[in-house]
Design a protein around this ligand. Structure first.
Ligand SMILES: [Zn+2]
Length: 443
């Protein structure tokens, strides 16, 4: 292959930018209302690093700082150096998006190092956001500087998009959701879109849809010495969750495509939290609430799944006593007639936060082939994998016509964890993979 692009990696410059970025992470923590990030603190360092290479300064980069909420900007950076033979109106693109400027909170007390400062120990670079995702922001920035310095002529425009507000969807209207709505990314349909926020070098080819649910179970409070006068909301919660799960697993068994995409787990619906009305052990509590999530592989439709779960709950409410198995003794009933009146248990299902849509990346697209081949060329092998975790908006973007492919060069073992780190050597591998991708799209 003819190598039109041959980028180096300036370690000193990379570490300087990453030091600046990690130094801001105390103010980039995202978990509202306690932590609302100020992404512009990170934006400033990236812009400072790129400034000498902008068109205004005689270079080849354009920078657009796009802000929807004050202090919480996104960055769109383009490298365009035409080969000069293009007569087509719409130029192709290769884009690197999804690397985000916010981080999940870190608790300094449980870290062995200062999470808000870059600590370099040999090849290891410690600090909140090194793997997820500022290590990528610094790597892609270094790639843009390398392009701007070496000025290779490329048939396509190279676009990088650094986004705000990735780690929490509690405050909408800040990041990629707005960039999409605003049409700021439409032109990226003209080429592969690499979402750079995964890890472990190999291509990530699938994620899952995710929906968070809460099942409120209303019973009747009474002295536990008179259980025939109560409706036990804890038992109702247990039986209702069992029934709903049974239904779910009948509708959503392991899907044959999960093997092709190498998912380690199939679709699941399970409770992860449970709470009840406060009281004492000799009271039967009037309400209990189970909470949990649904993780659905992308071969099933999450909207339809939510409707089915709601339908299942509605049917239970029509005849709540169908949940009585007898296994909980003769006094455990969900509909009772007493001299003082008739009482009935009730269920209510609520969905919390935004629904994430999973994605099965297109394995036949040029975008995937380039990533797969580039990974092989750089590391000797490419082992695509899928995860039952979720990423925001990738599913919607694929539906809207983007060729989304997912990759990343940190470590999944330290995602959102204490003592998060990345390595300089693996970030360099990432840059080499991107270098190869740029070459492939310049044939
Ligand atoms: Zn991330």
């Amino acid at each position: 292959m003819q190598r039109q692009v041959d980028l180096d990696f300036d370690e000193g410059r990379y570490l300087k930018l990453l030091t600046n970025l990690i130094g801001e992470t105390e103010h980039l923590q995202n978990n509202p209302p306690k932590f609302i990030p100020e992404e512009d603190r990170a934006v400033k360092h990236v812009v400072d690093a790129l400034q000498p290479y902008t068109k205004q300064n005689g270079g080849l980069l354009t920078i657009e700082h796009v802000t929807y909420v004050e202090g919480r900007g996104n960055l769109i950076i383009e490298y365009d150096n035409d080969v000069g033979c293009s007569t087509t109106t719409q130029k192709g693109t290769v884009s690197f998006i999804g690397s985000h400027l916010d981080v999940v909170p870190a608790n300094p007390e449980s870290w062995e190092r200062d999470p808000f400062k870059l600590t370099i120990e040999g090849d290891n670079l410690y600090g909140r956001g090194t793997t997820d995702c500022l290590g990528h922001v610094a790597m892609i920035t270094e790639m843009l500087i390398q392009l701007a310095e070496k000025k290779p002529k490329l048939k396509r425009k190279i676009v990088a998009v650094f986004i705000a507000a990735e780690e929490s969807s509690k405050i909408p209207g800040v990041g990629i959701d707005m960039l999409l709505k605003d049409g700021k990314l439409d032109h990226l349909k003209a080429g592969p879109v690499y979402w750079v926020d995964a890890s472990d070098v190999h291509p990530c080819i699938g994620t899952s849809s995710a929906a968070i649910w809460a099942l409120k179970c209303i019973g009747r409070l009474f002295h536990s010495g008179l259980p025939h006068k109560a409706i036990n909301s804890v038992e109702l919660a247990m039986d209702a969750v069992t029934h709903i799960q049974k239904n779910f697993y009948q509708e959503y068994p392991p899907h044959p495509c999960e093997i092709v995409y190498k998912y380690e787990a199939p679709s699941t619906m399970k409770p992860t939290q449970i709470r009840t009305a406060e009281g004492s052990v000799n009271q039967i509590p009037p309400w209990a609430e189970a909470q949990g999530d649904i993780r659905l592989t992308p071969f099933y439709n999450i909207d339809e799944c939510i409707q089915k779960v709601e339908g299942c709950v509605a049917k239970l409410n029509e005849d709540i006593n169908q949940l009585v198995s007898g296994d909980r003794g003769p006094c455990s009933k969900y509909e009772i007639s007493l001299p003082e009146g008739d009482f009935k248990g009730e269920l209510e299902i609520l969905w919390e936060g935004e629904v994430f849509r999973g994605i099965a990346c297109d394995l036949n697209s040029d975008g995937f082939k380039a990533l797969d081949e580039a990974t092989k060329e750089v590391t000797g092998s490419s082992e695509p994998y899928s995860m039952t975790g979720s990423l925001p908006l990738v599913g919607e973007m694929q539906e809207a016509g983007f060729d989304i492919q997912i990759c990343g060069y940190g470590y999944s073992s330290v995602y959102h964890s204490d003592n998060e780190y990345c390595t300089l050597s693996q970030m360099k591998i990432g840059m080499k993979v991107f270098n190869q991708i740029l070459n492939k799209f310049n044939q």
